[in-house]
Structure formats: C-alpha cells, structure tokens
Design a protein around this ligand. Structure first.
Ligand code: ATP
Length: 384
C-alpha cells in the first residue's frame, strides 16, 4: 500500500526557539529526505520535542523556516500542515471502537464510505480481528497501532512520532520498533521520530540526529555514528566507549600514541581531531571489540594488536556475554564484553589480564572534551 508522497521531505532552515533568555533549540539547518525514517535522539531537555513541535506547527519558531517539500509552512496552523503526530499517550477516543477511531479523520472531512480505507489500515497495523474492540480492551502496543493507523489514514506527507513507545514495557517496545519500521517501509511516508532511547533510534531509523544542549551534535546512519563518533558525547551516548587519554608519538596514515607507557595504534582516517606529534588525543574503543586473556596466556596474542595489561575489578554474567570492568594503569574502568562461547574460569575479579584488539577498531577524538560527556550519570549534556 505504498502511497504517493510527493513533497514529503522536511527542510528546516535556521530554525530556533528561545523562551525568555533560555535557548531550547539553537539555529538549526536540517533536511529529512522524503520517505526516510529519521530519528531525533537525545537526553531529556535537549530540544528534540521542541524541534518536532515546530515541524508540527504546535510551537512557533523564534527564527527560521519550516518547509515541507516546496511549501513553506512556517506560518500555517497545525491542522493546515500535511503532517500528523502520534504521541506517547495514544489519546484514542474511549467511547469509539477501533474502526471508528481509525475512521475519525475521514468522517471529520465528511467522507461517508470509510470501509475500504479503514480495512486497509487495519491490515497495515494487523488489527483486523480487533476492529470492534474499544481502546480499554486493547494492550498498550495495540492501542499505539490504532493511533498510528488513525494518523496514516489522513495520508500525511510526514508522520511525526513523539516518544510513541515510551509507555510500553521493554519487550513490547522492541516488538513495536520492528512493527513501526515495517509500517514505514510499507507506506513509504517520511517518519520523524523523537526518542531518548539510543537502541530504539538505531533499530528503526535510516538517519539519526544526536541532539545535545539544543544543537545537533552529529547526524548520520546508525552504524556510522556508532563506529565513527565525532565527539565524546556521541561516543558515550550511543552505546559504551572506552576513551583512553594518550599522547601522539607519531602521526601518519597510522597514528602511534603513548598512553601511560603503553603504545597503541589507530588509523588516521578514524580520527575526528587534528593529530600532531606531542599533541593529546583520546583513543576510543568499543567494549565488544576488545578480547581478554589471562596474563599467563599473553604469549598467544598475535603480533600487531593493541594491548593493555590490567586486573579484573568486576564481572557480570548477562547470558549472551560477560561484561568485565578492568582497572589498568593505562586507564581506569575499561569495559570489555566477552561473548559467551567458551568461558575461561580464571577470568574472575582480581585476575591479571591482557586486553587486546585490532588497531583498526580504535577511533580518535579531540582531548579538549569531557571524557564522560553523554554518560548516563554525567550531567555535562545539561550544562553544554
Ligand atoms: P524530553 O524528552 O524531556 O521531552 P526534550 O529533549 O524533548 O526533552 P524539549 O521538550 O524540547 O526537550 O525542551 C527543551 C528545553 O526547553 C527544556 O530545557 C525545557 O525545559 C525547555 N522548555 C520547553 N518548553 C518550554 C516552555 N514553554 N517554557 C520554557 N521552557 C521550555
């Protein structure tokens, strides 16, 4: 049921929002291509909902313009914009059944024969068997699917989703993420999705904009952001990163750094900061890229790998993997995730270990940033 969706790209030019002396969104230029699934991701208060509300027309921008396709909609009220919004609270009409909730937009426009279109929508959200139930007889996930169908039946050019899965428990959230992605692919409409959940953004979106302090800190495909973060905020906010303070010993297509005596290498093309000999750098490496061996087996480690010695401070078995925290003179609290294939019973707290990884799996960031920016327990994003 692909719909024609000409002009479904969203163009924000210099859009900003201030409340008194507080700037919630700094001037922002952003283009969301037609037919894409776009996520605005960030911690509470970063300005993502305000940005979404400016697209919907629910908030007047202080500066800038909003265009949908070729149309400048900046001065149009919400109901005249070709967009619909799905909120966290489903806001279904409690006295109407699923069919009538979905048909609401058509009936309001005076359309009498709604059966075919409602039927198509029921098929799309896979609720055909629930057509005559009232909202209170549905699960949270089913109610949210009704809310999506109710919005899509109006054929918006853009569907805005404001934390639509926020009220669901984790398992249902995961199911609905896949479901929403399927629906978006099927209808081909531009989706702009606001979430604070990095896994949710990465699972669903083609492009993610990571927001921090009212600005887009980095924008890209999920894997690109994860593998090549530009800042410590993005490195920490999307998953977990080990960030090791180091000094550049030799710059070239491969960079050699020294970190408390350990020599590490990383590729220059994965460095977002200038590298000059003697300059400082943060070497990043994701926990799942690191292998761990007991110090007695260090001779087995292949040549050419980055290696660091340390001691296991903590380990948590979480089924699919074991998560270790390693204290090393090179860096305190290094995190290492080891897939649960063959467990080495010697790898318990107190054990001396060697961490090693392929130098290509390291990335480099400028050392002039807070190392813990973007961590769940860091307040730096609020202050930024
Ligand atoms: P959350 O996920 O908690 O909704 P968010 O990233 O969506 O966070 P916004 O709702 O966009 O954040 O708010 C951005 C900032 O603007 C916040 O600091 C918020 O307190 C402030 N703000 C939002 N609306 C108003 C308002 N009407 N008056 C004053 N400040 C506001």
């Amino acid at each position: 049921m692909t719909q024609t969706n000409e002009g479904g790209d969203v163009r924000l030019a210099g859009i900003s929002k201030t409340y008194g002396s507080f700037t919630a969104v700094h001037p922002l230029d952003l283009t969301v291509p037609q037919g894409s699934f776009f996520a605005l991701l960030g911690a509470s208060g970063c300005g993502k909902t305000t940005t979404l509300r400016m697209i919907a027309g629910l908030e007047d921008p202080t500066t800038g313009t909003v265009r949908l396709g070729d149309q400048d909609v900046t001065d149009l009220p919400p109901y005249k914009r070709p967009v619909n919004t799905v909120f966290q609270s489903y806001a279904l009409f409690p006295h109407l059944d699923v069919t009538e909730n979905i048909a609401f937009g058509l009936r309001r426009r005076g359309i009498k024969s709604v059966k075919k279109q409602v039927g198509d929508m029921l098929d799309l959200v896979q609720l055909g068997d629930f057509a005559h139930r009232k909202p209170h007889q549905l699960s949270g996930g089913q109610q949210q699917r009704v809310a999506v169908a109710r919005a899509l039946i109006n054929h918006p050019k853009v569907l805005l989703l404001d934390e639509p899965l926020g009220a669901l428990d984790l398992k249902l959230r995961r199911q609905m993420q896949l479901e929403l992605k399927r629906i978006q692919t099927e209808v081909g409409i531009t989706f702009v999705h606001v979430t604070h959940d990095q896994e949710e953004a990465m699972t669903m979106a083609d492009t993610v904009a990571v927001m921090n302090g009212g600005r887009v800190e980095q924008l890209g495909a999920p894997a690109e952001l994860y593998e090549n973060p530009d800042t410590t905020f993005v490195a920490n906010f999307l998953g977990t990163s080990n960030l090791i303070e180091a000094e550049v010993a030799e710059a070239g297509s491969d960079i050699t750094v020294l970190a408390s005596g350990a020599e590490l290498r990383l590729p220059a093309d994965r460095c977002s900061a200038a590298t000059t000999t003697g300059g400082k750098l943060l070497v990043g490496v994701r926990p799942e890229k690191i292998a761990l061996v007991h110090a007695d087996d260090a001779a087995e480690i292949g040549a050419g790998r980055n290696r660091i010695t340390g001691r296991i401070a903590d380990s948590s078995f979480i089924g699919v993997s074991t998560q270790f925290v390693i204290d090393s003179p090179v860096c305190p609290h290094l995190e290492v995730y080891v897939q649960n294939v063959e467990r080495d019973s010697r790898l318990t707290p107190g054990a001396e270990v060697v961490l090693h990884w392929n130098p290509r799996h390291s990335f480099g960031l400028g050392a002039d940033q807070a190392v813990d920016a973007g961590k769940a327990d860091a307040s730096s994003e609020e202050a930024a």
